[in-house]
Design a protein around this ligand. Structure first.
Ligand code: XMP
Length: 504
């Protein structure tokens, strides 16, 4: 892609966030490794990211500086990028005693170029250990921090460096600094979601050729957008929908109908009985997940046959998570994708992840640009193991029926009252306990339902939603009157942490 803002990745955790901010500011941006500099073609501007290494280390990542200069476009070095540029321009960097991490104060020395419209003092976010100790001749300090240390430098009319992360929201004026830098870019390509779709489609065509692409669809946002994108690219597509029998009420049929409307012909594998067989008598949550994950992968690959190419709807946050964290969520996802089988395919160059540069809201925008209905694009998340994690203890057909019915009533009420879109995730779970009640004139001994509605940014933390009592009352009445086998409804008021969003 010509005239993009090329971001060179020196390994910072935040690099993709730079790309995202650039897109938010309306410019097309793409990520490259340092050794791919020549592949940037004629970029409109270049940003060198931060990174975990020290420029003083043996074998530290470097850049072809002569080539970079020859491009004659604005260049911004961020943290590691700034130190590298300072050295290349003839200045010096010295090791710091410890890593400086956290907030500092930005004090611009002047109000032009990068700092146009930036406040006299604002918070910036630093994360570095080395510091610039000497500037080359002709370099100018554009801003300092509260300790008078230079945090922004201009070496030439085209070359700038900043010792803070403009891409994180903790840097209060970071976006303005980025906007100012991008204002210097030479004839940049505008970012619009529809032209971005064309770009993705083109990339997919080139990568796939005439190979058949297998992908798993679940009805969720990511896999749906992926399948529609692959269809738009006109590749030979084999979308497989494994119906685990652990889906919500009517969900399997709805997923089929949804894809029919989108013009994608999916293959539905009804595997409910197999899953119930594998889960019989199992109560341990981890064991349930392991069994579901293994069986899912077995059925998926059995149905796929000989895989020429596998497409996965991995998003950028999943990429970071699986690369850097040992969290439960990543373990679960890893497990669900059964690393070994997927890694083998990856090693053979048989996996594509066309959405890997995108964040969730961007995937939603992409979906809407391709005509995926709003309601689908803004659906609440649903866990891979399905209702299994909402039926704590042993799973039975009867408990699944109860959860489905209660959940449908809950969700319908949220939709009708306008609460659905204000809630991040909501569901009903059936508890593994029966309680005494009175129905008609008779004693009843039936299950208790727990309702949960949370708001969250990224699922790492969550708060329960203060639904109106009146609405909760109506939902409770509906469930108690319409779902046989239930005589008690509870509302879950636990935050995460210490609770999790799901029951298991
Ligand atoms: P927890 O219960 O860990 O859930 O607070 C956080 C978010 O992750 C979803 N979740 C899963 N998603 N596979 C998934 O794809 C899973 O095994 C899984 N477990 C939980 C959960 O619905 C919530 O949005």
């Amino acid at each position: 892609m010509e005239r993009q803002i090329a971001v060179i990745d020196f390994g910072s955790q935040y690099t993709q966030l730079i790309v995202r901010r650039i897109r938010e500011l309306g410019y097309f941006s793409k990520l490259y490794q340092p050794e791919e500099l020549r592949e940037t073609g004629s970029p409109a501007a270049i940003i060198l990211s931060g990174g975990p290494r020290s420029t003083l280390e043996e074998g530290a990542p470097d850049i072809d500086f002569d080539y970079l200069k020859s491009l004659d476009v604005p260049v911004l070095g961020v943290c590691y990028g700034m130190q590298l540029l300072n050295i290349r321009w003839g200045g010096q960097v010295k090791p710091g005693n410890s890593r400086e991490y956290g907030p500092a104060t930005l004090v611009p020395c002047q109000a032009d170029t990068l700092f146009q419209g930036v406040s006299r003092e604002s918070q910036i976010w630093m994360s570095h250990s080395d510091t610039v100790s000497a500037l080359p001749e002709g370099a100018e300090v554009l801003a300092r921090n509260q300790h008078d240390v230079p945090v922004a430098i201009r070496w030439t009319d085209n070359f700038f460096g900043i010792q803070f992360h403009p891409e994180v929201t903790h840097s209060e004026e970071g976006k303005t600094v980025l906007r100012n830098f991008l204002g210097l870019a030479k004839d940049p390509h505008e970012f619009r979601i529809d032209s971005f779709k064309d770009y993705l489609v083109q990339e997919i065509r080139e990568e796939v050729g005439d190979r058949e692409v297998v992908c798993g669809v679940s009805g969720g946002v990511d896999s749906t957008v992926l399948a529609v994108l692959l269809k738009e690219a006109g590749v030979k597509l084999n979308p497989i929908f494994v119906d685990t029998g652990l889906l919500r009420k009517d969900e399997g049929d709805e997923v089929e109908a949804q894809f029919r409307e989108l013009g994608v012909e999916i293959r539905r594998i009804n595997a409910g009985e197999k899953f119930m067989g594998r889960l019989a008598g199992v109560t341990d949550p981890e064991e349930k997940r392991r069994r579901i994950g293994d069986l899912f992968i077995d059925i998926f690959f059995e149905s796929a046959g000989n895989v020429e190419l596998l497409a996965q709807g991995t998003l950028y946050p999943d990429v970071i998570e699986s690369a850097t964290s040992g969290s439960i969520a990543s373990k679960i996802k890893t497990h669900h994708n059964r690393v070994d089988r997927i890694l083998e395919l990856k090693a053979e160059g048989k996996v594509i992840e066309p959405l890997h540069e995108l964040f969730k809201d961007e995937v939603r925008a992409l979906g809407e640009a391709m005509g995926v209905p709003h309601a689908l694009v803004h659906r609440h998340p649903f866990p891979g193991p399905g209702l299994a994690v909402r039926v704590p203890g042993e799973i039975t057909e009867d408990k699944l029926r109860i959860t489905r019915e209660a959940d449908a009533i809950f969700i319908n009420n949220l939709r009708e009252s306008g609460w659905y879109d204000q809630v991040w995730q909501a569901y009903a779970a059936v508890l593994p306990v029966r309680t005494v009640g009175v129905k008609g004139d008779e004693r009843s001994y039936e299950f208790a339902i727990s309702l949960r509605a949370v708001v969250s940014e990224d699922a790492m933390t969550a708060s329960w939603v203060e639904l109106p009592y009146e609405l909760l009352g109506k939902i409770s009445n509906d469930i108690l009157n319409k779902v046989p086998g239930v005589n008690r409804v509870l509302y879950d008021i636990s935050t995460k942490p210490p609770a999790s969003i799901e029951w298991e």
